[in-house]
Design a binder for this molecule. Structure first.
Ligand code: BGC
Length: 447
C-alpha cells in the first residue's frame, strides 16, 4: 500500500478540536463555554481533569503547526471556539479571538498546509446554555450569526468548512445521557436539541454557500457499523436496525432531504412537537462532501427494559475482542462498511473520513515512543478504505484523529490518541512511531 494507490487528489490530513487542545480558557477575552463549566462539576470527568491548559496550543500553536509540516501532512482540520469570537455567544465580537485564528490560518498557508475549519466541535458558549443552549430554537439564529462572522473573517483564506462535528454525539451525550457538557438528560431535551442541531446543520451550510460560492462545505457524522449480537436472532436484528437509525441515520437523512428515520425508530414521532412551518424542507442542504468519522463497530442485543430503543450495546471487553483504551472494538472492516453504506445514498457525492484513530498506551524506549498498536490500527483501516476505493466506492480523504495527545472529554487525559506525545507537566512534544510512519507513508515510502 502506497500513498499513490489512493490517487493524486486524495486529501490526507489530521484533525483536532479547540477545547481538547487550546487551553487559554480566559485568555484575551474568551468567554466561558459549556465545557469550562461542566469540567468544574464533581465526578463528571475522569480524575477531575479539565481543558484549562490542555496542550497549551493557544500559546504553542506555532510549534504544533510546524510539527504538522514536519510530518508532511498536507491538510489540517481544527475547530473554532465559538466563545473566543463571541464571549457571550452573540453580540459583541472579540477581535483578539479573530486574531488568534488568523494567525493559525496564516501559518498553515505559509507552510502550504490546507486549513479545514470545523465551526462547532461541542463547546457552546455558556451564556447561550443559560438560555437553554441547543434546546432553545433561538440557537438557529445564534449559530447563523456566528457562522456568518467566521466566513466573513476567515473566508478570504479558508474554503473548507465542516458545519457540525458529530451532532449525534453532542446531543446524545450532552442532552440525553448527561455525560458530556452541558450534562442535561431526558428525551425531551434530546429531541429538541436534535431538531435544532439538524436545522443548524443546513442553515450553517446555506450561509457559507451564500457568502462564499467557491466554498467546500460539509458536516461530520459519527458512524459505528452496527450488527445484531446474535446474527440469526430476529429480535436482535430489529434492535440493530433501531440503533443504526439512532446512531447513524438521525442527522444524515434529514440533511439529504429524507426526513428523520421515524419508520425504523418510532420514538422519533415525539419530535413532532418541535417541528414548525417549513422545517422539514429547511433541514435539507446539498453538501459538497460528507464527513464520516469511524472508530469501531457495535453489536446490539434486544433488551425489553431499555427505554426508547429496547436495545443495548454489548461492550467489546465483554466480548473478549481486541479493543482500545476506550473499550472500542478494533474492527477495520467497519470503515469499509460505512463507506459502502454512505455510497448507497443518492445525495452523497463525496466522502471524506474526517476522523479515524485509536487510543492505546505508548511505550518509551530511549528517545523513541513505540505505539505499534496505533500504527497497526491506522494501517489496517487504510487497507479497508483502499479496498472500498478499488471497488469503486467514493471516498476522497482521510484525516487521522489526532495530532497530539489531548483532553478526551469525559475520559480526561487518560486515553491517548495522538501521533505526537505530550508530556503534560512540561508540554514537551515527542513524535511517536505512528507519527513517523504517517510521515514516511505520506512521503510515499509505502508500507
Ligand atoms: C470526536 C473527538 C474525540 C474522538 C475520540 C470523536 O467522537 O469528534 O472529539 O476525541 O471521537 O473519542
Amino acid at each position: 500500500m502506497n500513498r499513490s494507490d489512493f490517487g493524486e487528489d486524495f486529501c490526507w490530513g489530521v484533525s483536532t478540536a479547540a477545547y481538547q487542545i487550546e487551553g487559554g480558557i480566559t485568555a484575551d477575552g474568551k468567554g466561558p463555554s459549556i465545557w469550562d463549566v461542566f469540567t468544574q462539576k464533581k465526578n463528571k470527568i475522569f480524575g477531575g481533569h479539565n481543558g484549562n491548559i490542555a496542550c497549551d496550543y493557544y500559546n504553542k500553536f506555532t510549534e504544533d503547526i510546524y510539527l504538522i509540516y514536519q510530518l508532511k501532512i498536507p491538510h489540517y482540520r481544527f475547530s473554532i471556539a465559538w466563545s473566543r469570537i463571541f464571549p457571550e455567544g452573540v453580540g459583541r465580537i472579540n477581535y483578539k479571538g479573530i486574531d488568534f485564528y488568523n494567525k493559525v490560518i496564516n501559518l498553515c498557508l505559509e507552510l502550504d498546509i490546507e486549513p479545514w475549519i470545523t465551526l462547532y466541535h461541542w463547546d457552546l458558549p455558556e451564556e447561550l446554555q443559560k438560555k437553554g443552549g441547543w434546546t432553545n430554537r433561538d440557537v438557529i439564529q445564534w449559530f447563523s450569526n456566528y457562522v456568518s462572522c467566521c466566513v466573513q473573517h476567515f473566508g478570504d483564506r479558508v474554503s473548507n468548512w465542516i458545519v457540525l462535528n458529530e451532532p449525534m454525539v453532542f446531543t446524545g451525550a450532552g442532552y440525553f445521557l448527561g455525560v458530556h457538557a452541558p450534562g442535561k438528560k431526558g428525551l425531551n431535551n434530546f429531541l429538541s436539541a436534535v431538531h435544532h442541531a439538524a436545522l443548524c446543520q443546513s442553515a450553517g451550510g446555506n450561509i457559507i454557500k451564500s457568502l462564499q460560492t467557491s466554498s467546500n462545505v460539509g458536516t461530520s457524522f459519527s458512524h459505528s457499523h452496527v450488527e445484531p449480537y446474535r446474527q440469526e436472532d430476529e429480535k436482535d436484528q430489529k434492535a440493530a436496525v433501531r440503533v443504526d437509525a439512532l446512531l447513524n441515520r438521525l442527522f444524515l437523512e434529514p440533511v439529504l432531504g429524507m426526513g428523520y428515520p421515524i419508520d425504523d425508530l418510532p420514538i422519533l414521532k415525539r419530535m413532532e412537537k418541535h417541528i414548525k412551518g417549513n422545517d422539514m424542507q429547511d433541514l435539507h442542504f446539498k453538501m459538497d462532501f460528507t464527513g464520516l468519522q469511524v472508530y469501531t463497530r457495535e453489536l446490539i442485543q434486544h433488551d425489553f427494559w431499555m427505554p426508547f430503543v429496547q436495545a443495548r450495546l454489548i461492550k467489546a471487553s465483554d466480548r473478549f475482542v481486541h479493543h482500545t483504551i476506550m473499550n472500542w472494538e478494533v474492527h477495520p472492516n467497519s470503515i469499509y462498511e460505512a463507506i459502502k453504506k454512505f455510497n448507497q445514498y443518492e445525495g452523497i457525492n463525496k466522502i471524506i473520513i474526517t476522523e479515524n484513530g485509536a487510543a492505546f498506551d505508548d511505550f518509551f524506549y530511549g528517545e523513541s515512543i513505540i505505539d505499534d498498536l496505533r500504527k497497526d490500527y491506522i494501517k489496517s483501516h487504510l487497507k479497508k478504505l483502499l479496498k472500498a476505493k478499488e471497488e469503486g466506492f467514493k471516498v476522497n480523504g482521510y484525516f487521522i484523529w489526532t495530532l497530539t495527545d489531548n483532553f478526551e472529554w469525559a475520559e480526561g487525559y487518560k486515553p491517548k490518541f495522538g501521533l505526537i506525545h505530550v508530556d503534560f507537566n512540561t508540554q514537551k512534544r515527542t513524535i511517536k512511531d505512528s507519527g513517523k510512519w504517517y510521515r514516511d507513508f505520506l512521503s510515499s515510502a509505502g508500507l
